[in-house]
Structures are given as C-alpha cells and as structure tokens.
Write a protein that binds this ligand. Structure first.
Ligand code: 1HE
Length: 257
C-alpha cells in the first residue's frame, strides 16, 4: 500500500486510527495526502469495524494545500476535484463507519473530509469555515453535496459569501458535529463511540452507511420501499434473531444501560 508519511495508520483491535500528520503545514491536504486517504479507506484491514480520522498538532486540517493550486489548467482542475470526490466516496461508502475527531481549524477541504465521515466529535478549540469564497474559488471536495445535508443550504451559502467562522459551540447546535468535548479529550470520545459502533450488528452498520443516504436522496415512495426491504433483510439475519431473543429472554441491555 502506498501510504505517505503524512498519514499515520494504526490498527488497535477493531478500530483503525488514521492520523493526518502534517502539522508544520497545519495538515493542509496535498495530492499525496488525499490519494493516501483513498488508499487507506479502499483497503480497510480484516477485523476492523470502525475507523477514526483525526489530526496531529493544533488543527484538524487547513484544507486544500493552496501551494498546489497555482498552475493547474482547467482539465487538471477537474481531475483534481474528481480525485477528492473519489477519495471521500471511499470514506463515506467504504467498509466501516468513520468517526472524525476535529479540533482547531476544520476548514475548506478539512471540513469536506469531516463531512464525509459518519459522526463528528469536536473539541472546544474547533472552528469551521469555508475560505474558498475569500480565495476566489469554489468548494471541490464534495461540500456542496454533503454540507447542506448537515447544516442546510442557507448556512453553507452564508459561510461562503461572508467568510463566517462557526465556533465549536455553534457547530454542535447547527449539526456540524454531533458531540462537543473539552480540549484534548476528542480521541477518547472517538474511541468510546467507535467501540459502540463496532459492537453493532454488521447489517445495521451497513444499512446506515449504504442505504440510509440513498433513502434520503430518493423520493418518498422509493425511500419507503427501500426502508421496508432493508428492515426485512436486517431482521431476518441470524444475528438480529439472536439479539431479539436475548432481549426477550432478559439477557440484553435495556435502552440507556
Ligand atoms: C498552508 C495552508 C494551506 C497553512 N495550504 N499551506 N484553506 C485556507 O484558506 C486556510 C489557510 N490557512 C489558514 O488560514 C491558517 O493557516 C490556519 C488558520 C489554518 C492556521 O493558522 P496558524 O497561524 O496556526 O498557521 P500559519 O502560520 O498560517 O501556517 C503555518 C504554515 O502552514 C505556513 O507555511 P510556512 O512555510 O510559512 O510555515 C502556511 O503557509 C502553511 N499553510 N494552511 C498551504 N491551506 C478540494 S478543494 C478544497 C478547497 C479548500 O480547501 S480552500 C481553503 C484552503
């Protein structure tokens, strides 16, 4: 596997830790890094049930490495954006759910990476922005499709038109993150969530990753049919049957336990 030095990958039991490790450039994402992300998420090792992506240093990521933008022609620009799309499709529609743990700057392409993940945990230091507007460019890593689903089109438009910076506290209120934790405790929270995710039935995680987004993108009638099909398939797996029996015979945890 061709993984650059700026990406550190480590498997511990059922969790894969993926660290963006380029703190001297505030984890700005160059071509090598985005290709590395594609490789890692295309080759999730056997036994891994959840991945966590996070950043080294004071920031999650400063977004696209702007030094690589200078001399691209139009076709190269299109290929570059499509490369990001390909890589982040592997994150969103890969083999396992991905938790993003963010802190400091989570901006531009950094926010696009976080948006492709299934859950976001933000430390208090986090700030979100889409500086593309200020740089005279447009988002190119999938934000126009994924972000409005998290925060709505009006908020994304505001972020780009005015350069608005969203704080960690605002972020959890508007749906950018699902958890807000104190500085330095993001990874611990990420691991706690990853362990819960890893203990789910495989079919449930598969449905949430691969079917729910398609239902959301469908019309009501197609969506409801997809839901019925998925509900029927999932409840007839031996794993689901076992879990239902465990509950009915008093062996399973109650809600909240
Ligand atoms: C970079 C980048 C970068 C830092 N590309 N080199 N993203 C942005 O427009 C965000 C630009 N970055 C910043 O606003 C700030 O760097 C931060 C707020 C993130 C962090 O500030 P700070 O004070 O901690 O660091 P710094 O001093 O600004 O940066 C340290 C070094 O990292 C410095 O290089 P040095 O050689 O002078 O030490 C910076 O030049 C470098 N650096 N950010 C390249 N982004 C798929 S399309 C997505 C489109 C986008 O993501 S556009 C948004 C780009």
């Amino acid at each position: 596997m061709n993984i650059p030095q700026s990406l550190t990958v480590e498997q511990k039991d059922e969790i894969l830790f993926v660290k963006i490790n380029r703190p001297e450039k505030r984890n700005a994402i160059n071509d090598e890094l985005i290709l590395g992300i594609e490789t890692v998420f295309s080759n999730i090792p056997e036994g891994v049930k959840c991945a966590i992506i996070y950043g080294e240093g004071k920031h999650f990521s400063a977004g696209l490495d702007l030094s690589e933008l200078k001399e691209r022609d139009i076709v190269e620009g299109l290929n570059h954006s499509r490369m990001w799309h390909r890589a982040l499709e592997k994150v969103q529609f890969g083999k396992v759910p991905v938790v993003a743990v963010v802190h400091g700057a989570c901006v531009g392409g950094g926010l696009e990476i976080a948006s492709a993940c299934h859950i976001r945990v933000a430390e208090q230091t986090t700030f979100y922005a889409l500086p593309e507007g200020q740089r005279g460019i447009f988002v190119g890593g999938g934000a126009s499709v994924r972000l409005p689903k998290l925060i709505g089109m009006a908020r994304m438009t505001d972020m780009m038109l005015t350069g608005r910076v969203i704080t960690a506290e605002e972020g959890v209120l508007v749906g950018l993150s699902q958890y807000l934790v104190s500085e330095g405790s993001g990874l611990e929270k990420g691991v706690e969530l990853a362990k819960k995710i890893a203990s789910n039935a495989g079919m449930t995680n598969y449905a949430l990753m691969h079917v729910l987004p398609r239902i959301v993108d469908s019309g009501q009638s197609e969506g409801l049919m997809l839901e019925s099909l998925m509900a029927t398939i999932s409840s007839s797996t031996p794993e689901a049957q076992g879990r239902l029996r465990d509950f009915l015979e008093g062996r399973a945890k109650k809600v909240g336990e």
